[in-house]
Design a protein around this ligand. Structure first.
Ligand SMILES: O=C(O)CCC(=O)C(=O)O
Length: 286
């Protein structure tokens, strides 16, 4: 595989990459104590096939149907989300008012999808309490050619004005192998203290933003002596992760576009970060 993140190549070698551990075995029958134990041991839970694949693909189709048709390769179905190679003229900047992603995260079909009681039940089992989903739910859409991806970071650096008892659910809305821009997790990194990775923040392609750890995934892995855990995500899979695990995403280099949702849950009796109490917009600064 030829992989890169934010335009920087990262060799796909056993030194730098290893597969994610699946926790499908803990789902049937559901074993909340073992799921919690696994989440805290690994920093993440990879739950293949948790959601109905057809429903996930329907959501994908609904989103891509909101664009002028020339976003999609001729003769392809919106559910496939195949990029034509051209962003139609007149589409506002990504995720701001007027862009389809902005309206989509405020729509009833999106609400129904993320409001699936199955997700809230899982979050309640993992946090061992009644839970609330934070209203700031992010839709991420990447297509080939942009060389843009999520830099290595921990979620807590973006939500440190509230309780640290948070679980994030990352849901690929469509198949998402590494080359389509899959998420990768630095193994065991939820156990690192922030001081251990602080030096990496000095080498950055975004000097104005101190929250990210690094855009350089190879340097991050080598400096911290840990591999990136990856998988071939399919529509229906769900990832859950802790707020202190280092993760990032790879560049989208396939014709299939990358679409995903991330949603976060906190305990109902905890104080959430106030920046996460409004629907997401790409220019909300949070
Ligand atoms: O989807 C991405 O690229 C990043 C998602 C993420 O960082 C998260 O879900 O916490």
């Amino acid at each position: 595989m030829n992989l890169s993140s934010n335009g920087l190549p990262i060799p796909f070698t056993p030194e730098l990459f290893a597969p994610l551990r699946s926790s499908a075995d803990l789902l049937a029958p559901r074993d909340p104590a073992s799921l919690r134990e696994r989440l805290h041991a690994d920093g993440y839970l990879y739950l293949p096939g948790l959601l109905d694949r057809a429903e996930v693909l329907r959501l994908r189709g609904r989103y891509f149907s909101l664009f002028p048709p020339d976003l999609l390769a001729p003769g392809t179905d919106p559910e496939d989300g195949v990029f034509s190679g051209r962003v139609p003229e007149g589409v506002p900047e990504y995720g701001v008012a007027g862009h389809p992603a902005y309206a989509f995260v405020r729509s009833a079909p999106f609400d129904r999808f993320v409001g699936d009681p199955l997700l809230a039940k899982l979050a309640a089992q993992l946090l061992d309490a009644d839970v609330e989903m934070l209203p700031r739910r992010i839709l991420r859409h990447f297509h080939r050619g942009t060389r843009r991806a999520s830099r290595a970071h921990v979620d807590f650096d973006y939500m440190d004005q509230g309780s640290p008892r948070v679980v994030t659910m990352w849901i690929p809305v469509g198949d998402c192998p590494p080359e389509t821009g899959g998420l990768v997790y630095l193994e065991g990194s939820h156990r690192l203290s922030p001081e251990e990775y602080a030096p990496l923040r000095a080498i950055t392609d975004r000097p104005g933003d101190r929250r990210q750890i690094s855009h350089d995934l190879e340097l991050t892995a080598r400096t911290l002596g840990r591999r990136w855990r990856y998988t071939d995500f399919a529509a229906g899979d769900v990832m859950v992760h802790l707020p202190r695990v280092i993760h990032a995403s790879l560049d989208t280099t396939t014709d299939a576009m990358r679409l995903s949702v991330d949603a976060r849950f906190v305990r109902s009796d905890d104080t959430p970060d106030p920046r996460w109490l409004r629907p997401w917009s790409a220019d909300d600064g949070a």
